[in-house]
Design a binder for this molecule. Structure first.
Ligand code: AKG
Ligand code: FE2
Length: 346
């Protein structure tokens, strides 16, 4: 993707991303989710309509802060490698290499799947005692994604004979390794010595996510996310219809893989994180958490068995690949995307 000069100024208007209660798995909820995903690629999900408690979210943000304030030498012991797990330092990741001269002004920590309650990667010293909480949160995020994938399958009217509402979720069943990642993110206040140039430097460069769906947890008062929808549009932490006395809803977005799978019908929308103009460079740090849900590595990205989609999706992505005899797996899809971001060999 590319970002032109004219796109770099956010307009005041905010996109009207719907806020959905997902406590019921029914066709009305499913249709509303699919409609939002096809129009914006983004949808808010009321936290109170999920099994994830606000106390749990708050606790996770506390753990995140503990990790990011720990000594650099401890973080370095868990530096990220080609398995996409561990700590990535300030400026080390460049999400929009065509348009950035410096890396993202953020640091992050990626957790891959847990097995029998245990991380399959070195945990930093600051978090070794918190393995059960991290494992529980990973599982809760995965379970919510399964619920959302069931709703998407219903809304796309996947053939009952082929698996109906379980067609996507059965391919995300944790039966084998997957690209799923829980990511803690920290965007510090930018010191004057960094010579940060707004419009040139950025907290997270323009990108789309790689997997099926992403859950994003944001903190009250820590804005900065923008989506590309007729220019850059700021996305609030609390949309207008959610009172600020309530927990921020979870922001859910479609990733490249699910967009590819649905022939582009569900949109993988480009987004980025800026220092919000209202905050100035001296504003608050931003903390966020993302759960990137992926199918199991071996899932074949064959066309989705849905007449609804065949009538609406474009003949590209999985549909085009099958016509050309080039069906790929979820792992192959992810490999190409990661190589581009980190400059790893393809
Ligand atoms: O921190 C955020 O709000 C967004 C992060 C993001 O888009 C990503 O890590 O893919
Ligand atoms: Fe993202």
């Amino acid at each position: 993707m590319s970002t032109t000069e004219s796109e770099s100024t956010a307009t005041a208007a905010q996109v009207d991303i719907p806020v959905i209660n997902v406590s019921r798995i029914d066709t009305d909820t499913a249709d509303r989710l699919v409609d939002a995903a096809a129009r914006f690629g983004f949808v808010f999900v009321e936290l109170e309509s999920t099994d994830i408690g606000y106390n749990t979210v708050q606790h996770m943000f506390e753990l995140s802060k503990e990790f990011f304030t720990s000594p650099r030498a401890e973080k370095e012991k868990c530096a990220i490698s080609e398995n996409n797990k561990g700590w990535s330092s300030m400026l080390s990741e460049t999400l929009d290499p065509e348009n950035q001269t410096r890396g993202d002004f953020k640091e992050a920590f990626n957790f891959g799947e847990f097995k029998d309650g245990h991380a399959q990667q070195p945990l930093p010293d600051s978090l070794t005692n918190d393995e059960p909480a991290l494992n529980d949160f990973f599982t809760s995020c995965h379970n919510l994604c399964v619920r959302l994938l069931q709703l998407f399958a219903m809304g796309l009217q996947i053939d009952e004979d082929a698996g109906g509402k379980d067609w996507f979720s059965s391919r995300h069943d944790l039966s084998g390794p997957s690209g799923s990642i829980l990511r803690l993110l920290h965007y510090p206040i930018i010191p004057a010595s960094a010579n940060y140039i707004p419009g040139k430097d950025i907290r997270a460069g323009a990108h789309s996510d790689y997997g099926s769906i992403t859950l994003l947890f944001q903190r009250p008062g820590q804005e900065g996310l923008e989506i590309l929808s007729k220019g850059w549009q700021p996305v609030p932490v609390h949309p207008e219809t959610v009172d600020t006395s309530r927990p921020p809803p979870i922001l859910v977005n479609i990733g490249d893989l699910l967009s590819y799978w649905t022939g582009g019908y569900l949109k993988s929308t480009v987004h980025r994180v800026v220092v919000p103009p209202s905050a100035g460079l001296t504003g608050e740090d931003r903390y966020s958490m993302a759960f990137f849900c992926h199918p199991v590595d071996t899932a074949l990205l064959v066309p989705v068995p849905s007449t609804f989609l065949q009538e609406r999706g474009k003949k590209r992505g999985a549909m085009e690949a099958e016509a050309q005899g080039k069906v790929i797996t979820a792992a192959e899809h992810l490999k190409g995307r990661l190589a581009a971001t980190y400059g790893w060999k393809k």
